[in-house]
Design a protein around this ligand. Structure first.
Ligand code: UDP
Length: 480
């Protein structure tokens, strides 16, 4: 008798509709494709447009017949900027418009056909609580993924008790006051290290409401996937496991992804974290610089600077005498027009010691022999990419998890300096010199130790390697 071949489990992945989380989740999707699972990747129509334009999505995934991309409306007008601190609006809109459409996707049969089972497992961003409601209603197991750092996630989990104890919100004063209500961080977490929305003084602040609720939501799912590794975040993870016992630490995700690609299919097309088109000319420039002589400067895909701040960074960098590679995105500087916002002296006059691009191949930049430091906004991807590359950091956090991350970089992992809440040329000059020259040995040595741990956890038998295997096994066993 002819037996039909067993079809693999079909996993639906739904990332937060922001460039950073989407890039991370695409890597997770590819890891699961490589493990033989079928994937439906759901993005908002707005993100879909960007993926087609910059991320090479079609050719990147065409070698995985089990992968499909589907879209869902986010309910906002096409010309809405969908960022710049308006996340609560985006989430609320997605929640009110998305839940029914999402549930319909799961039940209508539109995602399956002869060669693809119906969706049997969901991996969704933990901020999208409505996905858990829908999953429970239709009886499909769900695991959450969070793309922010565990240290910040633990702060989010503790927001209700901080509010109850009257530790937050505060009005921006006495920022060095220690915060006592986050177990494991009592000795070093200050007001200034909390997500910036805690400073509003407003107990009804939209972001606070959102992150408080979503933090509480996370324990509803069967498990939680985070982009870290046990040797980096062990102490915080053990606190988090009191609330969410089943945590899959599979990071550093970008390197895990790269390793698996190398292991299984060296000829696959190169992947990128593109939000803008990548300017690779900086790699040629880096090739001609001495070893560890360049500080890489980038504030990620969302953070903006005022023209005044841009000029402080410019003078600080130039006055430090250290070579720099600086990413200034077309929309980095607040105001309409890049040409007039970024003065000619910054744009043009840098070829000797500095180089400016609109978007860099960051993972490659951090791995380049010429790069010895990273002036960063401490987005979680940038932070963990830097840790994996063994590059020490200067931290200039912008918002959300970045304030906590920068405290961990300087006080817990001791792989850099934190300049949060300052932006003057003298401080920038001094910190750049300290990191790259005066205390370079100390920071580079420590960063290299952390990098070794980050690499080891991805080797066969390492914690992240095993946790990814466990995730795949769990998906398989829960979908039989
Ligand atoms: N990135 C990049 N080129 C750049 C700047 C950033 O490829 O010029 C990538 C970086 O490698 C990281 C992501 O963009 O993966 C930024 O994510 P992060 O979480 O650090 O910050 P966000 O953009 O979410 O604020």
């Amino acid at each position: 008798m002819n037996q039909k071949p067993q079809l693999p489990p079909h996993v639906l992945i739904f990332p937060l509709p922001l460039p950073g989380p989407v890039n991370s989740m695409l890597k997770l999707a590819e890891l699961l494709c490589l493990a033989g699972l079928h994937i439906t990747f759901v993005v908002t129509e707005h993100i879909h447009g960007r993926l087609l334009r910059y991320a090479n999505i079609q050719s990147r995934f065409e070698c995985y017949p089990g992968f499909q991309l589907k879209t869902i409306p986010d309910g906002l007008p096409e010309d809405d900027p969908r960022s710049r601190g308006k996340f609560a609006v985006l989430f609320d809109s997605l929640k009110s418009k998305g839940k029914l459409i999402f549930k319909d996707m799961l039940t209508s049969g539109c995602l399956s056909h002869q060669k693809r089972k119906p969706v049997s497992f969901i991996i969704a961003d933990g901020c999208l609580g409505f996905t858990c409601d829908a999953a429970n209603e239709v009886g499909i197991p769900i695991v959450y993924v969070r793309t922010v750092s565990p240290c910040c996630l633990w702060v989010f989990f503790c927001l209700p008790r901080l509010i109850e104890a009257g530790e937050i919100p505060f009005n921006g004063d006495d920022l060095d006051t220690l915060i006592k209500g986050v177990p494991g961080m009592e000795s070093f977490l200050r007001r200034r290290d909390l997500p910036s929305f805690c400073r509003s003084g407003d107990p009804h602040d939209e972001s606070m409401r959102l992150y408080k609720t979503e933090g509480q939501e996370n324990s509803r799912a069967y498990g939680l996937i985070v982009n870290t590794f046990e040797d980096l975040d062990g102490p915080i993870l053990s606190h988090m496991r009191t609330v969410c016992p089943n945590i899959y630490t599979i990071g550093p995700l970008h390197a895990h992804h790269k390793n698996k690609l190398a292991e299984q299919a060296a000829s696959l097309p190169p992947t990128s974290n593109s939000v803008w088109s990548v300017d690779r000319s900086c790699m040629t420039w880096l090739d001609s610089q001495p070893s560890k002589s360049v500080i890489y400067v980038s504030f990620g895909s969302i953070a903006t600077l005022t023209k005044g701040q841009l000029m402080e960074f410019w003078h600080g960098l130039v006055n430090s005498g250290v070579r720099f590679l600086w990413v200034i995105r077309p929309d980095s500087v607040t105001g309409e027009d890049w040409e007039s916002q970024v003065p000619a002296e910054v744009r043009e006059d840098t070829r000797q010691r500095g180089y400016i691009v609109g978007w860099a191949p960051q993972e490659e930049v951090l791995a380049h022999f010429a790069v010895g430091g990273f002036l960063t906004h401490n987005g979680w991807n940038s932070t963990i990419e830097s840790i994996h590359a063994g590059v020490p950091m200067i931290c200039w956090p912008y918002f959300l998890d970045q304030q906590v991350n920068s405290r961990f970089v300087s006080e817990v992992w001791k792989v850099g300096l934190d300049m949060k809440d300052t932006c003057d040329r003298a401080t920038i000059e001094k910190m750049v010199r300290d990191l790259m020259v005066v205390r370079n040995e100390e920071f580079s040595g420590r960063a290299e130790e952390m990098a070794q741990l980050a690499r080891t956890c991805l080797n066969e038998g390492g914690s992240s390697y095993c946790n990814l295997e466990r995730l795949v096994r769990d998906i398989e066993s829960m979908t039989q």
